[in-house]
Design a protein around this ligand. Structure first.
Ligand code: ZN
Length: 99
């Protein structure tokens, strides 16, 4: 996959995975988050730089496609939302391979 293009200072930026809209870095908390757009079969998704690199780290092996990982994460996210809307939103990290 080609190097991602990150967008700075987009006031409407939001992350499809973590819902962040504000820059998490304390020095830049007054700025919008930095995002990149990924194209999936089902459309474009905007990811923050943190989530992007999280996924990019998982996609280190040639047979792992970054789009597949994102698609899977978005599916899990939809399921979590449907099943437990009240508890969703915690920044807990779950790694399926740790189970
Ligand atoms: Zn994010």
């Amino acid at each position: 996959m080609a190097n991602p293009i990150f967008t700075y200072n987009n006031a409407n930026a939001s992350c499809a995975l973590c819902d962040r809209t504000k820059n998490p870095h304390p020095d830049y908390s007054h700025e919008p988050i930095v995002t990149t757009r990924l194209k999936l079969p089902r459309g474009h998704h905007e990811l923050c730089i943190n989530c992007y690199w999280d996924i990019a780290t998982l996609a280190k092996t040639p047979q792992t496609d970054i789009g597949n990982i994102l698609d899977e994460k978005l599916n899990i996210r939809r399921l979590l939302r449907k099943n437990s809307p009240a508890t969703f939103g915690h920044q807990g990290r779950t790694d399926p391979s740790d189970e």
